[in-house]
Design a protein around this ligand. Structure first.
Ligand SMILES: [Fe+2]
Length: 481
């Protein structure tokens, strides 16, 4: 495509140029007839040649949404770019004009037409449902982009009635017991963090504001019955600071002095409580959290800082190395973090001998103890392994993990697994696990459904495309109503 050694523009990450509508996909196995709805996935899909192809960062590609629609045992598919303000400006110019948020091209941004946004935010992090409406987003905008659920056409902006006013997370979570959707927005120049609760239709019920003593990069949060939980690592972000992105400098930076800090915000009173640690790690994504007597237990994927004194560009190594040098960060790992509310101590320990990211639970139990966690991971890597090579189910009760590699002869690369409970299910793992896998031999992707109770067994269905879906970030199953 574009000549470069940049790993995020080739192989499983190579941007897809075409937008497809495919009525009937080839299926091996049988799609459960109870599954009527769509698996939406999104990721980084750079449309125009970047200003600096060698320093293009995975986080900066244009958002492209892929929908695998299942109905009556059959599967269809479509994919479409999200028509953000920045992409429209570049389409009119016929080329890239903007730098990314996370790259460090050192190429000054091109002259922009009057009225164009000063920086470009893509919309490629997640696809969620807000009261059945399909939304996709970046995390620096104060809004989500609403999509047509069938055609994926970009309909317009959604902002909970003009509520967030600042960078709105791409990782809202739902407390099914309380019947509330929870999320945050943060303003890193004003140094404020706002925690929101809405009803299941997105109507705001409460808003709590906390002052931040620094400018953290926050990508995800988690909740318990009584608290919003935030863990801040040493990475900082300032997308709106003058002189950074327009000059080709990254909005991300690394605070050498920082250790990891924890903030609990009371869901009812908005009161914040801070906890310090001696450790340096960055939270990738949270699996779940719960309260146990005077402790808060948090399960998450974590990247440890191996060399706190390193002086390079954080974005060259996070979340995966862009350049071929020893990384100052570990690969992502599964960790349990425990906060002792009576002593103020925070401890953390690694789980398993595998690497893991894109951790997801059966979301209906979130905020209460989970038995199972599902994730994309690296287990028993071979010399050819690049990126994830399996899905993992971890049993927190027995401590056992099971692994699904899909091929015994070569590495297939899965994305984030999504758990879909069966109708009327009682057992926590009585459901299906869906993930999109890239097959390097075919250079094509497939959506694979497993019984979550039998993750290491044969798939229930393999739904095959003849083209690849670039390895992306997040998505969700949204059932027809
Ligand atoms: Fe994420």
């Amino acid at each position: 495509m574009w000549t470069t050694q940049n790993p995020f523009l080739q192989g499983p990450y190579e941007p897809l140029l075409n937008e497809y509508v495919i009525a009937d996909l080839h299926v091996e196995g049988e799609i459960p007839r109870e599954l009527n709805g769509a698996l939406y996935r999104t990721g980084s899909n750079q449309h125009f040649r970047p200003l600096d192809v060698d320093h293009f960062h995975w986080f900066d590609g244009d958002g492209m949404v892929h929908a695998f629609r299942l109905k009556d045992g059959k599967a269809s598919y479509c994919n479409r770019l999200v028509e953000t303000d920045g992409l429209k400006v570049e389409r009119a110019a016929g080329r890239a004009l903007y730098n990314g948020i996370s790259g460090h091209s050192s190429v000054p941004q091109q002259a922009l037409p009057e009225g164009a946004p000063p920086i470009k935010s893509v919309a490629g992090i997640n696809v969620i449902s807000v009261g059945g409406r399909v939304m996709t987003m970046h995390e620096i905008d104060p809004f989500y982009w609403e999509l047509d659920p069938h055609t994926l056409e970009t309909r317009g902006k959604f902002d909970f009635g003009d509520q967030p006013g600042a960078m709105l997370t791409a990782h809202p979570h739902t407390d099914y017991r309380a019947g509330e959707m929870l999320f945050y927005s943060h303003d890193n120049e004003a140094q404020t963090l706002d925690c929101f609760a809405t009803d299941m239709q997105g109507q705001v019920l409460s808003r709590q504001r906390i002052a931040l003593p620094f400018k953290p990069w926050i990508h995800d949060f988690i909740f318990t019955e009584n608290f919003y939980v935030f863990i801040f690592g040493p990475i900082r972000i300032r997308p709106f600071a003058p002189g950074l992105i327009p000059m080709g400098r990254s909005a991300l930076s690394f605070d050498h002095e920082a250790t990891t800090r924890v903030l609990l915000v009371n869901r009812q009173t908005g009161q914040g409580r801070w906890f310090g640690t001696d450790a340096s790690f960055t939270l990738g994504h949270y699996l779940n959290a719960h309260e146990a007597a005077d402790k808060i237990i948090i399960d998450a994927s974590v990247t440890r800082t191996l060399r706190p004194g390193f002086t390079g560009h954080v974005e060259d190594f996070y979340p995966f190395p862009l350049i071929n040098e020893p990384s100052p960060f570990s690969s992502p790992e599964l960790h349990r973090i425990t906060i002792d509310l009576s002593t103020g101590q925070v401890s953390d320990s690694r789980i398993g001998d595998f690497n893991a990211e894109f951790v997801r639970p059966n979301e209906t139990i979130m905020g209460t103890p989970q038995r199972y966690g599902y994730m994309a991971g690296i287990h028993a890597p071979g010399p050819q392994t690049r990126g994830f090579n399996c899905l993992i189910k971890h049993d927190y009760q027995t401590g056992n993990s099971s692994f699904q590699h899909l091929s015994s002869s070569y590495d297939m690369i899965p994305g984030e697994p999504i758990f879909v409970p069966k109708p009327g299910a009682i057992a926590e793992d009585d459901g299906w696990l869906m993930a999109v896998w890239w097959d390097p031999v075919r250079n094509a992707s497939e959506m694979v459904i497993h019984e979550a109770r039998d993750l290491d067994g044969e798939p229930v269905a393999r739904i095959k495309l003849d083209h690849h879906v670039p390895l992306g970030f997040h998505g969700n199953w949204i059932a027809d109503v």
